[in-house]
Design a binder for this molecule. Structure first.
Ligand code: ATP
Length: 237
């Protein structure tokens, strides 16, 4: 089903921003080498390798249980590796830089008793952004996903799709060199799905690495490269 798949890929395309030399391009990279993940006796990933450079938009596909979330979480450092290595950062001197990554997790991960705006703002303040800049970024990110009017609502008052868009806003607002997104469009109608995919594409074009897990072939088709997992391994597409 993937447009392209193979055991190990290297993507060297220069980003638009890098090529034009005009931007704040975050210059991320991701190197995944022979990664395995296990939960007790369950092997979720085995010998998975991939490599991505600034401007790359990757989709990770596969059936339910294939290992998509495990791969996203392994790259994010959320699950321990049973084998292999993950490097990510801003350049060769900053390998394994945890602040280089932002994640839009499966199931959104929002605090339901905070407003959408507070959820977007909190990680920005935690990362040391000044209050004014954090507020501006949070407002802009919510507007970008079409929640400009709903930012003051508690998350528990929002629909599932609105909550998912708030989670997308939170991930985008961090403006990290590496953006990981786990099923970021699963709850969205057509127009909002396209809006979110446009934002992912724009972030890659600005120089980030974007890696998106999705079971939606149409969403995957928006990526530069599709990596298909089956039973925890990269399979041919
Ligand atoms: N916390 C856990 N404990 C035990 N097994 C787990 C755990 N999380 C995932 N698994 C197992 O690891 C394998 C990969 O799961 P993972 O969630 O990575 O797949 P996925 O492709 O993201 O699935 P989905 O599309 O349903 O979200 C599955 O066999 C799953 O049952």
């Amino acid at each position: 089903m993937g447009r392209h798949s193979e055991q190990h890929r290297t993507f060297g395309r220069r980003s638009t921003a890098e090529a034009s030399g005009t931007s704040r391009a975050p210059e991320g990279f991701v190197d995944v080498r022979g990664v395995g993940v296990a939960y007790g006796d369950v092997t979720a990933l085995e010998e998975v390798s991939l490599s991505a450079r600034p401007g790359d938009f990757l989709a990770v596909t596969g059936h339910s249980g294939a290992g998509k979330t495990s791969l996203i979480n392994a790259i994010a450092g959320i699950v321990p590796l049973a084998s292999g290595e993950v490097d990510l950062g801003r350049g060769a001197t900053q390998r394994r830089d945890p602040s280089a990554v932002a994640i839009i997790p499966q199931g959104n991960g929002l605090a339901s008793v905070l407003t959408a705006y507070e959820n977007v703002l909190a990680p920005l303040r935690a990362r040391g952004l000044a209050p004014d800049e954090a507020a501006t970024r949070a407002t802009e990110a919510l507007a970008a996903v079409g929640l400009g009017e709903s930012g003051t609502h508690l998350v528990e008052e929002l629909s599932g799709g609105q909550q998912q868009r708030a989670a997308v806003a939170r991930g985008l607002a961090i403006d990290a060199p590496v953006l990981l997104a786990d099923e970021p469009t699963s709850e969205l109608d057509h127009d909002n799905r396209e809006r979110v995919l446009d934002l992912m594409r724009a972030r890659a074009d600005a120089g980030a690495v974007v890696i998106m897990a999705t079971h939606d072939p149409e969403a995957a088709a928006r990526a530069d490269v599709v990596i298909e997992l089956d039973d925890g391994r990269v399979v041919g597409g």
